[in-house]
Design a protein around this ligand. Structure first.
Ligand code: NAD
Length: 463
């Protein structure tokens, strides 16, 4: 039976399926704009990012950073001996952060008057979801069911020896050795965590570099840093097979090389969660499991929008937030501008971090730009030396035009992504950025120095 809203019409102006970053952001903004919103979630509001992704991994990465700092404490004059990482305490700290954020989010959702319906929802008409025996009608429906870890054909994820990032976050012990298949963000972040925790780590990457989607200069710097940290990696490696043994697993490459490990983490990307949810049956256009959308997150069905990891845009929580706001504002007829996906910040929170905004030098050349680049090595930056981090800032620009990309490697460069974002999104000229005075001594000076060099007036570099 259709449940009717107070005016005899639909239950809500917007019914959202999935309460992850994209879904809840849309719900929050829509309710702020005066819409009645129902949010359907089968697990916990907050989704992958809060419960199985961004937040818990960054907590573990912080534990890893502290462990490394204790090991290195003597180098800055602090006498401290590293004993061990207590996984139980590390997990309690990680879970505590997640719980606090979850409570805050739940409070926010409630305070905006959003009705959260717990359960598995299915699209049953262009304007309705079925959750158990309840049918929820909306003027508009937003599909935001996110993604899940992918595996490889023929590779059996048993969640014990061969695991995904979900399993890795639940582990209550530190494995002695790990092979990580895939050196994207997830692979490189877990490599950093486990190495700091004392495991022997080997990354296996099919493409020729670590973080292969980043500018080649950043990949090479991360490779140098990982090599120094004793993290092993096989690049351009083709996997022949993974065999589970009593002691763990043996990974065989096509070259015949074998690597034994206690655990194998599969980190080869994430696939959209869309099967069996009624999307195709309601005529929603799909492509390899992704829902097809236009630049305003509209599907081919007038009443249905989709966003986040379910659509083929960058699978990043902050993209989900942006798309959520966009959908709510479009439905409220505020005419939001499409998102410029080329200029979305991207960060891998490994040690050291890799952060970028904008396109790589290779991509800029491919698009026909007359490319100019400048790199400022963090070896010349006082704060980086104090923090004992290596890395660089590379700026890619059109020789006659604006900055096209900023690519950074080093501890805490994630925090510099905010400035890089303003520079690239405002299409600043290198000379304009070179005019800006950066606080001294900070790592942000490296951003200024790279632009000074690009503008032909290097200060603390040879240009
Ligand atoms: P990814 O796509 O970033 O990286 C997967 C890597 O696996 C790629 O480099 C790919 O070349 C490699 N690969 C694929 N098949 C392989 C094979 N058979 N053998 C060896 N290597 C193989 O995916 P991910 O790291 O799993 O992350 C999933 C998604 O989540 C990504 O979109 C990522 O950006 C996002 N994410 C982002 C962050 C962050 O922003 N810090 C953190 C975690 C995940």
């Amino acid at each position: 039976m259709t449940e009717l809203g107070p005016d005899g019409g639909p239950d809500a102006d917007l019914v959202v399926l999935g309460g992850g970053s994209g879904g809840y952001a849309a719900a929050l903004r829509a309710s702020e704009l005066g819409m009645r919103v129902v949010l359907v979630e089968r697990d916990k509001v907050g989704g992958t990012c809060l419960h199985r992704g961004c937040i818990p991994t960054k907590a573990l990465l912080h534990t890893a950073e502290v462990a490394e700092q204790v090991r290195e404490a003597g180098k800055v004059g602090v006498q401290a001996a590293f004993e061990a990482v207590d996984m139980k305490a590390a997990n309690a700290y990680k879970d505590g952060v997640v719980t606090r954020l979850f409570k805050g989010l739940t409070g926010l959702v409630n305070s905006r008057g959003i009705e959260v319906v717990a359960g598995e929802g299915r699209l049953v008409s262009p304007t309705a979801l079925q959750v158990g025996d309840r049918r929820i009608e909306g003027r508009h429906v937003l599909l935001a069911t996110g993604s899940e870890a992918k595996s490889l054909p023929g590779l059996d994820v048993d969640h014990e020896r061969v695991i995904t990032s979900d399993d890795a976050l639940r582990m209550d012990r530190i494995p002695a050795s790990v092979v990580i298949i895939g050196a994207g963000a997830i692979g490189c972040e877990f490599a950093s965590v486990w190495k700091a925790f004392g495991a022997e780590v080997t990354l296996v990457e099919a493409l020729p570099h670590l973080v292969p989607m980043e500018d080649e200069s950043s990949s090479k710097l991360l490779e140098r840093a990982f090599r120094r940290r004793g993290i092993g990696f096989e690049l351009g490696a083709r996997l022949a097979g993974v065999r589970v043994t009593d002691a763990g697993a043996t990974v065989t490459l096509e070259t015949g090389k074998t690597i034994d490990a206690e655990v194998v983490l599969v980190a080869v990307g994430r696939a959209p969660v869309s099967a069996g949810l009624g999307y195709e049956a309601q005529g929603v256009e799909m492509d390899r499991g992704f829902v097809t959308v236009d630049e305003l997150c509209r599907t081919n069905v007038a009443t249905i929008s989709a966003l986040g990891d379910l659509v083929p845009t960058p699978q990043l929580a902050h993209v989900g937030f942006g798309e959520g706001i966009l959908v709510a504002e479009r439905l409220a007829s505020l005419n939001p501008a499409p998102i410029d996906y080329d200029r979305v910040p991207q960060v891998t929170y490994s040690h050291p971090e890799v952060a970028s905004v904008g396109i790589t030098a290779a991509e800029a050349k491919q698009r026909g730009h007359d490319v100019a680049t400048a790199t400022y090595d963090l070896a010349g930056n006082g704060k980086a030396l104090i923090l004992r981090t290596a890395g660089a800032v590379t700026v890619v620009a059109d020789r006659e035009g604006p900055v096209l990309g900023v690519h950074m490697v080093g501890e805490r460069v994630s925090e510099l992504a905010a400035e890089a974002q303003l520079i690239t999104n405002w299409e600043a000229l290198p000379g304009e950025v070179a005019q800006l005075i950066h606080p001294h001594p900070t790592m942000s000076e490296a951003v200024g120095e790279a632009h000074l060099a690009l503008a032909g007036k290097p200060l603390h570099s040879h240009g």
